[in-house]
Design a protein around this ligand. Structure first.
Ligand code: FMN
Length: 438
């Protein structure tokens, strides 16, 4: 048995295996994606593999350019969906997404606490500052990334204080005396801050003794600082081992600077898995999935992220750092802009090559195109190099990749002593190894 800490492994329910041409496969079941049964069937299989959690990213807008060609992010509300999944599962953690830029904190605190009750302590909150969608919440323009994190910090603090405002043991429930609750223990939070005024207390008791784990994603300097203060886990966009190792080291140092233990923050890169029974089957799957990429969309994305129109260069001309000019400050995601720039600086791809890369389609995740054994080797290499504490699986291309992840890759990780055979606890905090007092 390995002495190394076991990996922390989640599965994204963002139906990544239906993106690109994946949904066009005859067996994709794409017609079922708005039925909860589609997800509960996957959730039960993920729970049978003892995964730490299911993870549902979310946005609050509809990109019709994406919708014309794929399901994209048009989806069920994640917290409602995970509540349905909670009823069909007993152990697996359920991480929902709620944006701090648009929602009121009282509503989010109540939704998360409700999910924690419905799932008996299995809720997690992926705290996002959102990429777009301001038009659905009024007339204000989208605030820049840094301002969104300032608001997120206050939002998160309010939510956590609301969770503590009505502790479970304030419930007396004494039928003999008629005393239902010790209201001296249920206190307002009386918050007045730059962004929110919230009186409290929450109108729902906390479910458990432990708290609801927080996840985060953006990796700009201010995104990292936010994560270092509050996050238990970070969903990292990291295309290569070096990028992830740098991020993990930096987050651990920042966490320590905020008085936390470095191990309090778990770095979980997204892992795109295009899996086949053979390496060539996997390569064919990858090629077929991305055969019809929308060039116009990609050129627009590059212009926004790099600040240049690459159409001015010949398709076979390598791009260099000098051609990029000054780094762009983007409203949406500094993480994705920085990763794209890093890719050009490191690899100097031609325009043609760059347009074929998943990074120009908005994804900058670690990717394995190969067999379950290839994926196993990569995962162990990243973990052993200190680049990751685990990963969030993003199966790609077809449901076959999801099957191979659950049926072939997970048992190999268990056999190597790098993942649990059975659940030891029943809450998400327990799966992540968060001590009760933390
Ligand atoms: C890997 C990754 C995943 C993200 N997932 C979501 C999401 O599901 N929903 C959302 O509204 N924003 C999401 N975001 C956006 C972030 O919450 C944040 O608003 C954005 O990245 C800007 O922060 P940054 O400048 O630090 O990148 C994600 C960002 C990254 C990097």
């Amino acid at each position: 048995m390995s002495q190394r800490p076991p990996l922390c492994i989640g599965l994204s329910l963002a139906i990544t295996w239906l993106t690109g041409n994946g949904w066009r496969r005859p067996d994709s079941c794409v017609e079922a994606i708005h039925a909860s049964s589609f997800y509960t069937a996957i959730a039960r299989r993920a729970e049978a593999a003892c995964l730490d959690f299911l993870f549902r990213p979310d946005t609050l807008y509809l990109d019709t350019r994406v919708l014309a060609r794929s399901p994209g992010f048009s989806s069920l509300d994640p917290t409602v969906l995970l509540s349905a999944i909670a009823a069909s599962t007993t152990r697996i953690g359920l991480v929902t997404t709620a944006a701090t830029t648009f929602n009121p904190p009282y509503v989010v605190a109540r939704q998360l606490q409700s999910l924690d009750w419905i799932s008996q302590g299995r809720a997690g909150w992926n705290v996002v500052t959102a990429l777009d969608g301001n038009g659905n919440f009024g007339d204000a323009p989208m605030p820049p990334s840094k301002a969104r994190y300032d608001k997120a910090l206050e939002f998160t603090d309010v939510v956590q204080r609301l969770w503590r405002s009505y502790p479970r043991d304030a419930l007396v429930v004494d039928r003999a005396t008629g005393r239902y609750a010790d209201t001296a223990r249920v206190r307002p939070i009386d918050h007045r801050g730059p962004y929110f005024s919230v009186q409290g207390p929450l109108n729902l008791p906390a479910h458990g003794a432990g708290r609801i784990p927080l996840f985060q994603a953006g990796a700009s300097a201010w995104g990292r600082d936010f994560a270092a203060r509050v996050a238990d886990a970070v969903f990292a966009a990291a295309p290569d081992l070096d990028a992830c190792a740098e991020l993990r080291q930096d987050l651990r140092s920042r966490a320590a600077a905020h008085g936390r233990r470095p191990d309090d923050i778990r770095v979980l890169p997204g892992l795109s898995l295009y899996l086949g029974r053979t390496a060539s089957e996997a390569r064919d799957l990858y090629e077929a999935t991305h055969a019809d990429t929308d060039q116009a969309c990609r050129l627009d994305y590059l212009a926004r992220m790099l600040g240049i129109d690459v159409r001015q260069f010949a398709p076979d001309q390598p791009l260099t750092r000098a051609m990029l000019g000054e780094p762009v400050t983007t409203l949406r995601s500094q993480t994705h802009a920085d990763l794209l720039r890093r890719l050009v600086e490191r690899e100097q791809p031609t325009v043609q090559e760059l347009l074929r890369r998943p990074e120009t389609g908005g994804s900058a995740h670690w990717r394995v195109v190969g067999t379950a054994d290839d994926a196993l080797r990569e995962i162990l290499a990243w973990a052993d190099a200190g680049a990751a504490d685990g990963f969030i699986a993003l199966p790609g291309g077809s449901a076959g990749s999801l099957d191979l992840f659950l049926d072939e890759l997970m048992p190999r990780l268990v056999a190597r002593g790098r993942f649990r055979r059975e659940y030891a606890g029943a809450t998400l905090a327990a799966h992540l190894g968060i001590p009760p007092e933390n």
